[in-house]
Write a protein that binds this ligand. Structure first.
Ligand code: FES
Length: 160
């Protein structure tokens, strides 16, 4: 998410992006990805605005946002921590890794820390099974996360 811009600048960026599209309606998913990149999530007012700009029903936009798991209507923290719950990671202790992250961050999976620094989520195999168990922070894979100390060190990299 771009934190340095104002809400008006976010809206202008989104409008510029949409205005430059040749086939607007056909690019709904691309527009939603871009909007989520700017805002960090897809609140109702942003969905409504996109529907107006693309000249499609807002129910269509909502339907797409709620269908795909990579879209979220809930604000996320500055850093998104994912725990892989795929088979290889599960066998090598993904449950314990998730418990330890919940313990260190003092939130449950699906929640965001009160300071909005971290959101904790789970996902399926990310193709790094040889490094199981794996956690991913802002898209960066951290492997063999069995020790609480290692987990703490990774989180510390993202703390101010
Ligand atoms: S199961 Fe976790 S990376 Fe494949």
């Amino acid at each position: 998410m771009c934190n340095s811009a104002s809400p008006n600048e976010f809206a202008q960026k989104l409008d510029d992006y949409i205005d430059n599209l040749t086939h607007k309606k056909e690019n709904l998913i691309g527009v939603l990805h871009y909007a989520q990149e700017i805002y960090g999530y897809l609140p109702d007012n942003v969905q409504w605005h996109i529907a107006q700009k693309l000249n499609i029903p807002s129910a269509t936009v909502y339907g797409v946002v709620s269908f795909y798991s990579f879209f979220t209507m809930i604000p996320r923290g500055e850093h998104v921590v994912n725990v892989c719950m795929g088979t290889a990671c599960f066998v090598r202790g993904a449950d314990k890794l998730k418990d330890e992250l919940e313990n260190q961050l003092k939130i449950k999976a699906g929640e965001t820390t009160p300071d909005n620094l971290f959101t904790l989520e789970t996902l399926r195999c990310v193709g790094a099974c040889g490094l199981a168990p794996v956690m991913i922070v802002d898209g960066k894979v951290h492997g063999r996360m069995q020790e609480a100390q290692n987990i703490n060190e990774v989180l510390a990299e993202y703390r101010p």
